[in-house]
Each structure stands twice: as structure tokens, then as C-alpha cells.
Write a protein that binds this ligand. Structure first.
Ligand code: CA
Length: 714
């Protein structure tokens, strides 16, 4: 099916559902209309063929059998939970399933691709790319995969260890496989969904926290042959393109280029067929503090934290807009971007919209990159506003943590992270899963220089306590809540906001049934009236779901599908209110329909039996201090400490047997396949002995109730 066919089908669908077929601009007051000629939604079969459903990634479905009047009877159609698991660690699915011709395609942890009968959940095939388990060590936020691309007879998946693979849609057999990394021993990863862009398929990567150089690469859809590469920041060699020559003028000449610079494009891209443009969202700087990238002075550092419009034929930039010049706060602009045509001061504008981590909601003219609106959608303390003349944020005193620790909002998780938002052309609203929190930022001088394959942020952040304030911030104390926020992009303000949810809500779907769907950390799938925000249903699933719901229609029946399972960044600490504290956590695909059955809840969470503390380890202060330093540097970001609930093995309950095997695991990589790589490149046997000693000593102190740690430190 061509895009033109989809467009026609889309018009038919809108006509069937009583919507106007007009190409008129849509606003909150405009009649329902197909919002963008180049952004079709679904097709006549009720399929979901593209990652963001429509070409503009609006994640708005014209299906309306499930609607405000019928949603009461929504129940379970089927569940699938036969995911590939390595070792005993359960990880989180983050993908948007695709549905084509009665088959659901999605990814789970370790980039495994699943094809199921979309009526029954019966498994048709699965493809396991057998990714390198050692690569898990350099993921920012675990071995996750946000989805697939699908065209013709092929399904495309990108893997944690850097391969882009085309599979035969019917059999799951590999058609072609290509290496997307510029060097095999780099510390890049891939977690995002590849995007189709004309006759190429484009993929970026992650790894900015590790100290890598970001880029996106385009490959021929038919053959997998290399077509072009856009680097997001300059590198040590000669400039690859004119775009890099321009970018280099915004970096210090003294920049240590072998430290990478960051700018990884790890999630959002959106393609516009009419202009053959692929818009790419670029990530944060590495290390985090701008003054550490440039020995004191902060430069803009293009194209960090920018939206870049690329010609899909050449990979050259048409325009760029930098949301956070000189980023020092992990304020990526990799968050979901939506294309729409809306009425703007009496004129129809083709816009691109984004709610990036930095807390401002941006509306840009996507033909020129002109800034139309930038308003805070969550509490923001690092900037007072965005200057509409210069397009630049105006920093507050609170933004500068170079000398003292600062409590800054948003924190590095952002006012909005990767869980996608949704734009309904019927209501004219953008539905955002927001994060309202602050973090205490400080620079980190641990005496260690740049270390390849390790976290190289040179900054530390700890989630703020809701009671905390910063003298340099004018904001009142900030909660640790999530909301579903209905944002009016024309007015630049919220229309409605859901009740508070625990921090960490899932992605959003909106539909022509006047419904908005999104999961909350407490293990509910919440369904709102899209117009008013009234909570219509709170379906208890008992599992954390960060992934966005999707919908499809088959044999006249509409389904809602949702991938669930606590994972990704949420693996590190199960925050208060998380369903993972009440129920066993594992990967699930839940599919709902009208008149469906009850949703089975996972078994109640079982606390592990307490293991004895290993005896006979050193207790001298020097050894304990070395052990703590090394543990904090290399281990705490996954394993936490002091029994903080997390998705990873709790080393504060390590058995004497495991302690005996510590060097086999930590130095020699005995559990590499399951995601625990060896660290012999960074740690010595002296270090590991000190770590074991520190853990044992601290466990004794915890038993005596001597220490308590903030559960959200990371
Ligand atoms: Ca980051």
C-alpha cells in the first residue's frame, strides 16, 4: 500500500466516522478534520502501520467503537507473556506494537521481535537477534527497544549492539543486516525505533552519558546499503559536512573531541513525505556541565538539545532549532515530535510540536524552524522564559550548579521523557504524560578522568524532596508527581490536567471515541474524556507500563493493546507507588476489547529471604573507603544500595556463595549473557575485595539501623 492509498483510506475512515474530509486547519474550535494532508491516520483495515500511527506521529486513531459511551465494558481480549528472558532479571517492554493484516508485531527486551495473531494472541514467529549481553553495561537505561518499522514485506528492527535488520514479515527470517556503528568497540547503543523516510530507513543511537559522539544514519530500504550520515556534534577529524563546520563554531577549540560530546539521537524522529524531510530530536551534552565540556566557559554546542530538519535525500540540514543552548542539565530534545497543521493567528501553519525534557512546550513552523511558542508545561526553575526575539531561554541564577548544589526543575528525567504524547485533531489538544519533579544537581569531581565504557557525566543528580526549595529559585516546593496534561498548543496553556499520579506515567493514545488512554506507575490503565479530562475508567493491570497504548480494528471489532513491565530507567529504583512494589514484575502484552474479560493480576510481590552476611572480609577504613568509592562509581547506578527496591539483584542481600563468585561475575563477566558484563577494564581484584568488604560492612550497619539512604538517588 502506498502512502497515497493510506491517505485515501484515511479520508474514507474520517467520512465514515462522521468527520469532515476538509483539509482546513484544525484548532480547538475548528470542526473535526483530517489535520494534515501528509499525516494520514491508519487505513481502511484499522491497521497501525507506522510507529506513531500517522505520518505526523500524532498517535490519534480515527477508530471510535470504543468511546465515551461504550468504554464501560472494555475488558481483556487476550494476554501474551511468553517473552525471552535472560537470567532472572525482568526488563521492561517500551514498544508501540504495529498491526498489519491481522498480525501484531512488537519488540521486547533484548530486541526480540514477536509476531502474534492480532485476534487471539497466538504466536506466529519470534526473532531473537542474540544481541551481545556485554552491551547492556553501556546502556543509559537498560536493554530496551521502542519499536519497529514496517514496509512492504519487511519488518525492521534496530538492536542494542548497533545492527539494523530487515526481517521477512511472514517468516521472521533475516533479509538483510547492517552495522550502524562507526566503530564496533564504541560505547553506543540503540533503543529507538527506526523510521522510514522515502526510500531510506533512518536510525540514531544512545550513549551520551557514556561519552560518545551522536549521529543518525540512513540506509537503503531495499538493500540495507549505507546512504548518508548526519553527525550531531563535531569530532576529532575533519568536518564531514557543512553542517559540522557550522556546529564547530559553537564549540571551544580546546574541546577534548575524543570524549564524544554527546548529542545522541536516541528516540524521536518524524518524517514528512511532502517535503522529504526527516526531523531529528538530538540529545544532551557529554559531560553534562557545559563548563566541563569547555574548561570553564559555556558555548552553545550545536546540535546538542536541538530539533534538526534534514533533507532525507542528502542528510544535510535544512534548519535547526536549539531548545537548550549549552545544555548542562541532561535536557535532551529527543522527546516525541508531532507534525500538524493548525490555525495560528488567522493563518494556517504547518507546525512541529515538542515537549522536551527542559519543561517548555515548543511550537515551531516546520518549513522554516521559526519559533511560534515556548511555554512551560511543568514547573521550570532553570530559565525564566524563552525570549521570542532570540528564541533562547533566559537562564536564572538557579540554573548554575558550577559552584554549589542546586535544586533545579525539571530534573534530568525531564518534564516529559520518551513515553509519547498524542495530538487529537478533534480537540486540538496535545496530551502529554508529564513528570513534575526537581533534582539536586552538583558537579562530580571523583578524581577519575574520562573513562571509555563508563558513565562520564561529571555531574550528580538526586531527585529532590518535595519539601526542598532552592534559595535561587522562585518556585515553591515541587511535587514528585506525574499527570496527563491536555495542552492547548495555540493558547500555550493547559486545558485540563489529570489528578496526580506517582512519578513515571506511560505514553498516550487519543482516539475519535473522544478518549485518551495512558497508564500510571501504580499499575492502572487510565481512560479520560479527551475533551473534559473526566476519568472514565481506571483499569487495574497490576503492572507498570511506560509504553504507549495503540489501537486497531479487525472483523469489525476495535482493540486496545498495551505492553507492560517495569524496566528502562525505572528498573533502577521502584519509586513509591509503583506497582512493582506490590506485584511480581514481568513483561506482558495486554489486549482489550469491548465485552472482554477480567484482567488477571500478577502474583503478589514476594520479598526474598534474608541471606547471611559474608564473613571474614577486611574492615579497615582505607579498604572500606576504596570499596564505597568504586561501588558508587560503577555499581550504584543499577544495583542501588541499602535494600532500595530495584529491578536489579540486591547486593545488600548477596549470599555468601555469590560473594565467593564476586570476581567471576564482576571482573570476568560470568553473567555477561544476562546483561552483567565484566569490569576488568576498570576494576582490579583489590577494588573488588574492597567493594565486597564495603558491602558487608554497610549491611551490618543497616541491620543495626544506622544508615538510611534517599531511595531516589541515582
Ligand atoms: Ca541523557
Amino acid at each position: 500500500m502506498t502512502v497515497r492509498d493510506i491517505l485515501i483510506a484515511c479520508c474514507v475512515l474520517f467520512a465514515l466516522s462522521g468527520c469532515s474530509e476538509s483539509d482546513d486547519a484544525t484548532t480547538d474550535s475548528a470542526p473535526p478534520a483530517k489535520s494534515v494532508a501528509t499525516t494520514p491516520s491508519g487505513d481502511e483495515h484499522g491497521e497501525w502501520l507506522l510507529h506513531g500511527l500517522s505520518g505526523g506521529e500524532q498517535r490519534f486513531s480515527p477508530l471510535d467503537q470504543i468511546n465515551v459511551s461504550t468504554v464501560d465494558t472494555l475488558g481483556l481480549a487476550f494476554e501474551y507473556s511468553d517473552f525471552v528472558v535472560r537470567g532472572s532479571t525482568r526488563r521492561g517492554p517500551e514498544a508501540t506494537p504495529l498491526m498489519d493484516d491481522g498480525v501484531l508485531y512488537f519488540t521486547g527486551p533484548w530486541d526480540v521481535v514477536y509476531a502474534l495473531d492480532a485476534r487471539s494472541g497466538r504466536e506466529l514467529w519470534l526473532y531473537d537477534p542474540e544481541v551481545d549481553g556485554a552491551r547492556a553495561r553501556v546502556t543509559c537505561c537498560d536493554v530496551v527497544n521502542r519499536g519497529l518499522a514496517l514496509q512492504g514485506n519487511a519488518v525492521f528492527v534496530a538492536t542494542t549492539d548497533g545492527f539494523l535488520i530487515a526481517l521477512d514479515k511472514q517468516s521472521g527470517e533475516v533479509v538483510w543486516k547492517t552495522d550502524t556503528f562507526i566503530e564496533r568497540d564504541s560505547h553506543h547503543t540503540i533503543t529507538g525505533a527506526p523510521r522510514l523516510a522515502g526510500d531510506v530507513i533512518v536510525i540514531g543511537n544512545g550513549g551520551a552519558e557514556m561519552g560518545v559522539r551522536g549521529y543518525v544514519t540512513a540506509f537503503d530500504i531495499e538493500t540495507g546499503a549505507f546512504r548518508w550520515r548526519f553527525f550531531t556534534v563535531p569530532g576529532p577529524g575533519p568536518d564531514e559536512t557543512v553542517d559540522i563546520t557550522l556546529a564547530r563554531t559553537t564549540w571551544s577549540e580546546q574541546t577534548p573531541w575524543d570524549h564524544g560530546g554527546g548529542g545522541t539521537a536516541w528516540d524521536s524522529m518524524v518524517y514528512e513525505e511532502a517535503t522529504d524531510t526527516i526531523y531529528v530530536g538530538v540529545g544532551n551534552g557529554s559531560p553534562w556541565p557545559g563548563w566541563k565540556r569547555s574548561e570553564g566557559k559555556v558555548y552553545d554546542n550545536l546540535y546538542l538539545s536541538s530539533i534538526v530538519a534534514l533533507d532525507a535525500e542528502t542528510g544535510l540540514a535544512k534548519w535547526h532549532y536549539q531548545t537548550t543552548p549549552g545544555d548542562s542539565w541532561d535536557y535532551t530534545a529527543t522527546q516525541h515530535m508531532i507534525l500538524a497543521d493548525i490555525d495560528w493567528e488567522g493563518k494556517r501553519r504547518k507546525v512541529i510540536m515538542q515537549a522536551p525534557k527542559n519543561g517548555f512546550f515548543y511550537v515551531l513552523d516546520r518549513e522554516t524552524g521559526e519559533l511560534l511558542s515556548a511555554e512551560p508545561f511543568v514547573p521550570v526553575s532553570w530559565a525564566s522564559h524563552v525570549d521570542m526575539e532570540t528564541g533562547r531561554p533566559v537562564l536564572t541564577e538557579n540554573a548554575d550548579y558550577s559552584q554549589v548544589e542546586r535544586l533545579i526543575a525539571p530534573g534530568p528525567g525531564g518534564g516529559h521523557n520518551w513515553p509519547p504524547m498524542s495530538f487529537s485533531p478533534l480537540t486540538g489538544l496535545v496530551y502529554i504524560p508529564t513528570l513534575e519533579f526537581s533534582s539536586r544537581y552538583s558537579t562530580l569531581d571523583d578524581g577519575e578522568g574520562y573513562q571509555p565504557g563508563s558513565r562520564n557525566t561529571k555531574a550528580r543528580s538526586v531527585i529532590g524532596n518535595p519539601k526542598d526549595t532552592d534559595p535561587a529559585s522562585e518556585l515553591p516546593p515541587i511535587t514528585r508527581n506525574s499527570h496527563v496534561l491536555a495542552w492547548d498548543p495555540v493558547a500555550g496553556k493547559p486545558r485540563w490536567k489529570s489528578d496526580a499520579q506517582p512519578l513515571g506515567g506511560g505514553g498516550i493514545l487519543s482516539t475519535a471515541g473522544n478518549l485518551v488512554f495512558g497508564a500510571s506507575l501504580d499499575g492502572n490503565l487510565n481512560i479520560f474524556n479527551a475533551e473534559t479530562g473526566a476519568l472514565l475508567r481506571e483499569i487495574k493491570i497490576g503492572t507498570v507500563a511506560y509504553a504507549p497504548p495503540m489501537t486497531y480494528e479487525l472483523d469489525g471489532e476495535q482493540y486496545i493493546a498495551l505492553l507492560a513491565g517495569a524496566g528502562g530507567v525505572g528498573m533502577r529504583a521502584h519509586l513509591p507507588g509503583s506497582a512493582a512494589l506490590a506485584y511480581e514484575n514481568y513483561e506482558r502484552l495486554l489486549v482489550f476489547k469491548l465485552g472482554g474479560g477480567d484482567i488477571p493480576l500478577p502474583p503478589a510481590y514476594q520479598k526474598l529471604e534474608e541471606n547471611p552476611i559474608p564473613a571474614g572480609l577486611p574492615t579497615d577504613e582505607e579498604t572500606l573507603a576504596l570499596g564505597e568509592r568504586k561501588y558508587d562509581r560503577y555499581c550504584v547506578r543499577c544495583h542501588q544500595k541499602r535494600n532500595i527496591p530495584s529491578g536489579y539483584p540486591n547486593l545488600w542481600n548477596m549470599s555468601p556463595d555469590t560473594d565467593e563468585l564476586f570476581d567471576e561475575i564482576v571482573l570476568n563477566g560470568a553473567f555477561e549473557y544476562a546483561g552483567m558484563a565484566g569490569f576488568s577494564d576498570l576494576l582490579t581484584p583489590e577494588d573488588t575485595l574492597a567493594m565486597r568488604a564495603y558491602i558487608a560492612q554497610d549491611r551490618r550497619q543497616v541491620q543495626e539501623g544506622a544508615k538510611a539512604e534517599d531511595p531516589e538517588a541515582h
